[in-house]
Design a protein around this ligand. Structure first.
Ligand code: S3P
Length: 180
């Protein structure tokens, strides 16, 4: 098992298709931690698929469910906060979510080239914000500034195993956030 990164959750941020869930599962497996996919937590809480939430309540309605699902993760008892959490692609773009995450998690941005991401998600009809290439690329560009506020940025090219290994090489795993 890998070195412990210390207490607190590990959250993965990044655009659609950047591998947050697969990489998150891999990190959780190596650390023996629980993995939580925020998109799934949102669907459980809302009792609806994400595409339906967008259809019935619009993006604003979805963002409220997203924030509520994140709040649920934040208020879990300390013992269960040592989770690995894959955020949704837009979660980290909102200040209220970033503030909340700062209180219980270290956040890592999985940074990928937008054309590669588009090729990965273009056929996934369940993603309401990945229906049109131009809009997708524009949204990607507009999110960069927010993602850059994460505690760490990782190059998310390569296999999930390679990306996970890159994360495990961050100095915070052994030495603390300050000198990473
Ligand atoms: C979104 C990304 C999706 C999901 C929702 C909105 C976004 O998550 O939360 O469709 O705003 O980028 P994934 O990045 O897991 O696809």
């Amino acid at each position: 098992m890998a070195d412990s990164p210390g207490p607190g959750a590990i959250a993965l941020a990044g655009f659609m298709g950047s591998g947050k869930s697969t990489v998150g599962r891999e990190i959780a497996r190596r650390l023996g931690r629980q993995f939580i996919d925020l998109d799934q937590a949102i669907e459980r809480l809302a009792g609806q698929a994400i595409s339906r939430i967008f259809k019935e309540s619009g993006e604003d309605g979805f963002r409220d469910w997203e924030h509520a699902a994140l709040r649920e993760q934040a208020k879990c008892s300390p013992g269960t906060r040592d989770i690995v959490l894959a955020l949704g692609g837009g979660t980290y773009a909102f200040e209220r979510n970033r503030d909340l995450l700062r209180s219980f998690a270290v956040t890592i941005w999985l940074d990928s080239d937008p054309e590669t991401l588009w090729e990965r998600v273009r056929d996934a009809s369940h993603r309401p914000l990945a229906q049109d290439r131009e809009a997708f690329l524009r949204l990607h560009a507009s999110r960069q500034e927010s993602y850059a506020k994460a505690d760490f940025r990782i190059d998310a090219s390569g296999s999930p195993e390679e990306i996970a290994t890159r994360i495990f090489r961050l100095r915070w795993f052994k030495g603390g956030l300050a000198d990473a």
